[in-house]
Design a protein around this ligand. Structure first.
Ligand SMILES: NC(=O)c1ccc[n+]([C@@H]2O[C@H](COP(=O)([O-])OP(=O)(O)OC[C@H]3O[C@@H](n4cnc5c(N)ncnc54)[C@H](OP(=O)(O)O)[C@@H]3O)[C@@H](O)[C@H]2O)c1
Length: 257
């Protein structure tokens, strides 16, 4: 049991992970933007699992987001045992047609914010020689994806970052895990307008299933988890098939039908 800080808790994978961690008796700090949803989630988790739940409602694309979170947890005097870098979104389409402002915000959230918060929390974990960080990548971390160029590039950063930190901390009390789910039935595809793609029509997994498969492996401190045989095969073939072919296949899978 410990204190778990999870970003992006109000829906999808973050919500499912929050429920799992709370059900295991952990105290939770929820971080997302929607304050009404956060208040409801706090009440529900406290009543259901009798754990302490606090929340921070903030837009994590803002430059001071990591500072604000650190100030808040210092005020609460809550040492973080487990950090889940989950919050994320997608801006999908051909690069010439996508919204650059959204893409820059995606870079802010997936790269800058995660780097800043992880550095701050790791430095405290390092003093105690104890802690665990779970980073949420994607099967897209392995596959440069035409029609999802910036998203897959940010997820490649998360993979490289997580694997490198795993190497730095592997013989210490700190665990670093990278979870790379494939298409998952959350709010993510609706928000990015990719619900009608072949990928999201035929290859989706429920978030509860992702959590059920991955949670025991996370707790063991595995470096990399790819949930589900389909996603494992996708990653395996993406490594051996020439980029020209994966490019074409990705375009087909990511086209709205
Ligand atoms: N679904 C998939 O197919 C899939 C596949 C592979 C990887 N992933 C990754 O899984 C993670 C979770 O996504 P999901 O599928 O669960 O999507 P989701 O249902 O849309 O949930 C995203 C969560 O992130 C929060 N969030 C988004 N932007 C934020 C911001 N600027 N500041 C603070 N919070 C923010 C949202 O809360 P608020 O709106 O309340 O802020 C929400 O709680 C992401 O990193 C995503 O890239 C998803």
């Amino acid at each position: 049991m410990g204190n778990v800080l999870i970003t992006g808790t109000t829906s999808g994978l973050g919500k499912a992970f929050t429920e799992k961690f709370a059900s295991m008796g952990n105290n939770i700090i929820l971080v997302s933007r929607d304050i009404q949803k956060l208040k409801k989630q706090q009440l529900y988790l406290q009543n259901q699992y009798h754990v302490t739940v606090n929340f921070i409602a903030y837009d994590l694309t803002k430059e001071d987001a990591a500072d604000l979170i650190m100030e808040q947890i210092e005020t609460w005097n809550t040492p973080i045992d487990f950090l889940v870098n989950n919050a994320g979104f997608n801006e999908c389409g051909l690069f010439s047609q996508t919204d650059l402002d959204k893409e820059i915000k995606m870079i802010d959230l997936h790269i800058r914010f995660i780097t800043q918060l992880t550095k701050r929390i790791l430095s405290i974990m390092k003093k105690n020689n104890y802690g665990h960080i779970l980073n949420i990548g994607s099967t897209g971390s392995f596959i440069p994806s035409p029609s999802d160029a910036v998203y897959s590039a940010t997820k490649a950063y998360i993979m490289s970052f997580s694997n490198a930190l795993y190497g730095e901390y592997r013989n210490t009390g700190i665990k670093i895990t990278l979870l790379c789910p494939g298409a998952t039935e959350t709010e993510f595809a609706r928000k990015a307008n990719i619900e009608q793609t072949l990928l999201f029509k035929y290859a989706v997994m429920k978030p509860d299933k992702v959590v059920k498969i991955s949670y025991p492996k996370i707790i063991k401190g595995k470096r990399l988890i790819i949930p589900g045989i389909y996603n494992k095969l996708l990653v395996f073939f993406s490594k051996i098939i020439p980029i020209e072919i994966t490019n074409k296949l990705t375009m087909i899978m990511m086209k709205n039908y």
